[in-house]
Structure formats: structure tokens, C-alpha cells
Design a protein around this ligand. Structure first.
Ligand SMILES: NC(=O)c1ccc[n+]([C@@H]2O[C@H](COP(=O)([O-])OP(=O)(O)OC[C@H]3O[C@@H](n4cnc5c(N)ncnc54)[C@H](O)[C@@H]3O)[C@@H](O)[C@H]2O)c1
Length: 329
């Protein structure tokens, strides 16, 4: 079975490429390196000992996509490519709508032309907005608080309409919670081209001395220590969730991919310090607009229907994230 992985040089895509190759799938990858580095291609090959075809370019380029589908018999698509920085999306909404929506529309259209009917989409827990209760179930009401989240919700709506029009499609929408950590080899991990937006890459940069201090946004939330609680999931567990999703496609499906456990910002900082024996300087800063107290998944549907469960601990996540940065300094 041949899978087209869009954005396969990025953080989650690269780990999923590794799991796909390890499980015997053939992959074809497209990426424009807008948020990743070319050396990831060789690193995936080193980890797996397997080869794959790579195309450099923009998914909005229909000509290139047609070429990929003509040169390869693609059975399914995993669509990771997109921009993901919430703050940037507030400042540059058109850039986000253009890239996230137009990549997906072009891709779906070209898939249809070539008779490919399996699509796995990287959505996000951000589509739940401010949940009224916890843990979050897949049928909770959806809403968004920023343009990035709106692109994810709009794509979910497009996919639903597409499925209504064409029941032969198999579409799986995976709503990720907070992926962190790295491959245990230390060869691939989260390596954003810009200043990191997410907590873990920031913690790591403070631990290595690149940044002086971590700003913890708010310590008066309604949580056990006042700092925001999130559902952190090891990126390798997340990648494995995609294989399970691929093996169990059946119509239009939605799954939460999270651990079901909530950890606060300070839980994460303390665990990181303990397992890596380093200091992470932090200061309390005002709340950020749009942040919510707590967010964690009910992941029982993915367990029941996909047979998927996370296996890695918060300690593994902290250890692997640091190991990746130390090895690649
Ligand atoms: N990392 C998270 O916290 C998180 C959480 C929920 C959902 N997601 C979603 O998962 C997906 C993957 O996230 P990630 O963390 O691996 O992001 P990432 O930025 O590391 O990877 C995305 C990859 O897509 C590529 N890309 C972007 N636009 C492209 C285009 N037009 N053509 C070709 N390549 C393009 C980038 O160069 C990058 O390699 C994204 O859609 C993201 O929104 C991520």
C-alpha cells in the first residue's frame, strides 16, 4: 500500500513516516520546507533503513500534485501540511486561510481525479474551543478562537460536505491534543524554523541556555496549581495512531488522539527538570488571550474502534524532547 504523506518533513509527519516505513508501507512525501529542514529526509531513511520518494514543492501547485499521482499509484493520503502557529495566524489570517484551505482543496480535487478515496486529516483539539466539561468527547460542540483553529474547523466542514456528496470516500479526522517529545534515536524531533510557539520547544531552549527564561502565562487558572492544564501526547504514540486509523478506515470518522491525562505547565517544567537533571528558569506572566484553564481528551473511542492506546509517559516525553535537542545542538 502506497501512502502520500504531505508535510512529511515536519514534526508529526516525519515521525509518522518512520512508523509507516517500519510497518512495511511504501510512502511518497511532499513538503516545501516552509517549516522543516531538508536533512530530515536522510534521518528518516537512517532510522528505518528504508528508501522513499520525496518531492519538494507546494501542495497548492496542482501541476506538481498531478505529477505525483501520475508517477505513483497512491492508495491513501495523510495530510499534515499546513501552518500551525496560533499567534501568527491572528496576525496573518489570509496567509493561514490561503495555505491551510487551498492546499486541502487542491489535494482533494487531485485525489478525486486520480480515484484515490482515502484521506486522513490532521485536525486539532482547538476545534473544541472552550469545552463546557472535561474530558472532551468527539461529539462536543465545536467553535474556535483564532484563525488557525478556524482553518481546521472549516476543513472539517468541507470534508463533511464532501462525504455527503460522495459516500465512497473514507475520511478520518484526527483531533490531536498536545504532541511533544521526539523519536528515541534523537534524530528527528520538533525543530521549528522560527521562535517556538509551543511550550515544550520553549522549555528545551531555556534548559539549553538559548533562551533565558520561560514565561508561564497565568497562574490563576482553575487548576491544581493555577497554571494551564493540557493533554500532552508523545509524538511517536500520535504517529502510531495514524497507522491504526489507516488500518480501520470506514466512512467519515472523528477521533481524539490524546492520553486522557492533564498535566499543568508547572508539572511539565518540574518533570523536565527532574528527568533531565537541568534547571528551567521561569517567571509568571499575565494570561494570554484565548487560553483556557484545562483541556484533555476522552480517548476511549480511538481505543474501542481503532485499538489504539498511548504507551509513553510524561517522563518519556520530557527525556526524548531534551535528548533530541542535545544531539542536534
Ligand atoms: N504540533 C501540534 O501541536 C499540532 C496540534 C494539532 C494539530 N496539528 C496539525 O498537524 C499537522 C502537522 O503539524 P506539525 O506539528 O508536524 O507541523 P510542522 O510545521 O512541523 O509540519 C508541517 C509541514 O508541512 C510543510 N508545509 C506547510 N505548508 C506547505 C505547503 N503549502 N506545501 C508543502 N508543504 C507544506 C512544512 O514545511 C512542514 O514540514 C498540521 O496540520 C498542524 O496544524 C499540530
Amino acid at each position: 500500500m502506497k501512502i502520500l504523506v504531505t508535510g512529511g518533513m515536519g514534526y508529526i509527519g516525519s515521525h509518522t513516516c518512520v512508523e509507516l516505513l517500519n510497518d512495511g508501507y511504501e510512502i511518497v512525501v511532499i513538503d516545501d520546507f516552509s517549516n522543516s529542514k531538508p536533512e530530515v529526509e536522510d534521518k528518516i531513511k537512517t532510522i528505518t533503513g528504508k528508501d522513499f520518494k520525496f518531492y519538494e514543492g507546494d501542495i497548492k501547485n496542482r501541476k506538481l500534485l498531478n505529477k505525483i499521482f501520475e508517477e505513483n499509484k497512491i492508495d491513501a493520503v495523510m495530510h499534515f501540511a499546513g501552518y500551525k502557529a496560533v499567534g501568527e495566524s491572528v496576525k496573518k489570517p489570509l496567509m493561514y486561510y490561503d495555505n491551510n484551505l487551498n492546499t486541502t482543496l487542491t489535494l482533494l480535487d487531485v485525489m478525486k481525479e486520480h480515484g484515490c478515496n482515502k484521506f486522513i486529516f490532521s485536525s486539532s483539539a482547538t476545534v473544541y474551543g472552550k469545552p463546557h466539561t472535561l474530558p472532551i468527547l468527539e461529539d462536543f460542540p465545536l467553535s474556535t478562537t483564532n484563525p488557525y483553529g478556524t482553518t481546521k474547523l472549516m476543513i472539517e466542514m468541507i470534508l463533511k460536505d464532501l462525504f455527503i456528496a460522495d459516500n465512497d470516500l473514507n475520511i478520518t479526522i484526527l483531533r490531536y491534543f498536545n504532541p511533544i517529545g521526539a523519536h528515541e534515536s534523537g534524530l528527528i524531533g520538533e525543530n521549528p524554523n522560527d521562535i517556538p510557539n509551543n511550550l515544550m520547544p520553549y522549555i528545551v531552549k531555556v534548559a539549553t541556555g538559548e533562551y533565558e527564561c520561560l514565561s508561564v502565562f497565568g497562574n490563576d487558572y482553575d487548576t491544581h496549581d493555577g497554571t494551564g492544564v493540557r493533554d500532552y501526547i508523545h509524538v511517536v504514540d500520535l504517529a502510531k495512531g495514524h497507522i491504526k486509523a489507516l488500518e480501520n478506515m470506514n466512512g467519515l470518522k472523528y477521533y481524539n488522539l490524546g492520553t486522557g491525562n492533564g498535566f499543568s505547565v508547572l508539572d511539565l517544567v518540574n518533570t523536565f527538570e527532574k528527568v533531565n537533571n537541568v534547571k528551567v528558569n521561569y517567571k509568571i506572566a499575565p494570561r494570554r488571550e484565548g487560553d483556557i484553564d484545562a483541556c484533555y481528551a476522552d480517548a476511549s473511542l480511538a481505543k474501542k474502534e481503532l485499538g489504539w492506546e498511548t504507551t509513553k509517559t510524561i517522563e518519556d516525553m520530557c527525556k526524548d524532547a531534551y535528548n533530541f535537542v542535545i544531539k542536534n545542538k
